[in-house]
Design a protein around this ligand. Structure first.
Ligand SMILES: Cc1cc2nc3c(=O)[nH]c(=O)nc-3n(C[C@H](O)[C@H](O)[C@H](O)COP(=O)(O)OP(=O)(O)OC[C@H]3O[C@@H](n4cnc5c(N)ncnc54)[C@H](O)[C@@H]3O)c2cc1C
Length: 479
């Protein structure tokens, strides 16, 4: 993976930088010993590593602003970091950069049930947002499988999704406002605890901007009433394509399950061994969940199961208890961890129109054979958000490169059928060089012009999102 040449002048001024940072941050919020900065050398895309120059852990918006102002004045690149669970290398440092971690910004600032919002500092983990309101019958809907660990900061930066986003939408559909600090230390308020803001939709721009435009320190999030009840149904099929066709037919019928999740045989077996979820042994499994009162659930499931029967399922089973439902979801949510126990893998994140699922699943099977690498599939099928996991051996020379080449072909296939390079994991460094397959040079130029406005020196989160060749002119102009 090509990265820009680190700036030797920045590295040479490390001692000066640390001294200036220590004027605005407590000593224990600055990590500069190389033995300790290694803790920040990568995120969940562990194939790429580089320890940063230093890491800082501010505890307030003011501390973030003061630290950014110093880095800005000294021309030091800054990589914002939440919990470091990005699968796209979004929080990968460079040798001359400072990691700005928001882990200490983890307070709940305001809870308003009448107007259904919660305001939090963005280092708070996703699951603990629901944790703060669930006793009062509310929840925060976006539910990435990493929700126990990942922070709201990273969720906003990647516009993260999850299994239940089919009905409730992804982060942007549940985000009302942010406090964001620009690279020069300016503190900005965007959106808020009201429906829609006047002027440009800057919130839509910030959400999914991958730490390129500013450091988000606080967020106002929509919270929802917990549904009366929910029930998943397991559907087993004897081929991926048939399961894909069933998903497409459910969506076409106009019923809206809260989730439709897909797993193929490799994943089913790994998850079953890991979580003992009671999954059938079949080629492809769908978990379809609906919500509402018992009567509403029965009515929706009747329609959905009737559609499934037309595809000759080898298993069609409704959950009969809360414990069984919890196990079914534990299996699915453990999928990445369970696969990691049996193999090295790279997790892709392409999105396709749902009607293309059968074709794309068939092509992925063929491509897997052509490249000689197994591919396991587990994904949010209702949204067409695919996560092919390419299995490889990190210790075998050439395997990573073969895996990356296959990954690139699969993502290009997603674009070819009318989809896009990323549904929820972001571009990071992983898909950076494929952006030219999705966008014309003019389209990329507009996106980079936006970065010019927010971060004219191009110091925030270097080398992510835009291919280095495409961004070179902007980076040189910024120097
Ligand atoms: C096992 C596993 C399962 C996963 N499942 C899902 C899933 O179901 N759905 C999904 O969407 N993702 C999933 N992910 C990916 C990942 O968890 C998400 O992308 C998550 O939102 C990253 O959050 P984080 O706090 O760890 O961010 P980090 O990894 O720390 O950073 C991610 C990006 O956010 C930027 N950033 C961090 N903090 C800030 C800030 N304060 N201001 C501005 N930018 C910032 C970083 O620079 C980086 O570009 C999974 C990952 C793992 C390891």
């Amino acid at each position: 993976m090509e990265m820009p040449r680190p700036n030797p002048q920045v590295i040479a001024r490390k001692a000066d930088l640390i001294e200036r940072l220590s004027r605005v941050l407590p000593a224990d919020a600055i990590i500069s010993d190389p033995a300790e900065t290694r803790a920040y050398e990568c995120d969940a895309l562990t194939a790429y590593k580089c320890p940063p120059l230093a890491a800082i852990l501010p505890a307030s918006t003011q501390e973030v602003a003061d630290a950014l102002r110093i880095c800005h004045d000294m021309g030091v690149p800054v990589v914002p970091r939440g919990s470091g669970t990005s699968l796209a290398g979004g929080a990968l440092p460079t040798e001359d950069s400072v990691i700005l971690g928001v882990a200490r910004l983890n307070e709940v600032l305001e809870t308003d049930y009448e107007n259904r919002f919660i305001r939090v500092q963005t280092g708070r983990t996703n699951l603990s947002v629901t944790g703060a309101v669930e006793e009062d019958g509310f929840f925060y809907a976006p539910d990435p499988s990493s929700q126990l660990a990942c922070a709201i900061a990273g969720n906003i930066a990647m516009n993260s999704g999850g299994a239940h986003c089919l009905k409730y939408g992804v982060t942007i559909n549940n985000l009302m406002g942010v406090t964001m600090v620009l690279m020069d230390g300016t503190v900005t308020e965007i959106g808020g605890a009201h429906l829609d803001a006047a002027g440009y939709d800057l919130l839509g721009l910030i959400c999914g901007s991958e730490g390129q435009l500013g450091v988000v320190t606080e967020a106002t999030l929509r919270i929802l009433h917990k549904p009366e009840g929910a029930r998943p149904v397991l559907m087993g099929f004897d081929s991926n394509e048939v399961a894909g066709q069933c998903v497409s037919d459910i969506i076409k019928a106009g019923v809206l399950p809260v989730a439709i999740e897909f797993m193929d045989r490799l994943c089913i077996r790994a998850c079953e061994a890991f979580a003992k979820a009671g999954y059938p042994d079949c080629e492809a499994l769908l978990i379809v969940e609906v919500e509402g009162s018992d009567a509403e659930i029965d009515e929706q499931l009747e329609t959905i199961m009737e559609i499934a029967r037309r595809h000759n399922p080898v298993e069609l089973r409704q959950s009969t208890s809360a414990e069984e439902s919890a196990k079914i979801w534990l299996g699915r949510k453990s999928a990445f961890g369970a696969m990691g126990q049996i193999n090295d893998y790279m997790c892709l994140d392409g999105t396709i129109p749902v009607s293309q699922l059968p074709y794309v699943l068939k092509r992925i099977g063929e491509m897997s054979g052509e490249f000689g690498l197994d591919v396991a599939n587990v994904f949010h099928a209702g949204d067409g958000n695919m996560h092919p996991l390419i299995l490889f051996d990190a210790n075998k020379p050439g395997d990573l490169e073969r895996c990356e080449a296959l990954g690139a072909e699969i993502l290009k296939l997603c674009v070819e059928v009318g989809g896009c390079l990323t549904g929820e994991h972001g571009v990071g460094i992983e898909k950076r060089d494929l952006m030219t397959d999705q966008y014309a040079p003019e389209d990329l130029s507009i996106q980079m012009a936006v970065k010019d406005v927010f971060d004219p020196k191009w110091l925030l989160n270097p080398a992510k999102v835009f291919p280095l060749a495409s961004s070179e002119a902007h980076r040189i102009a910024a120097e």
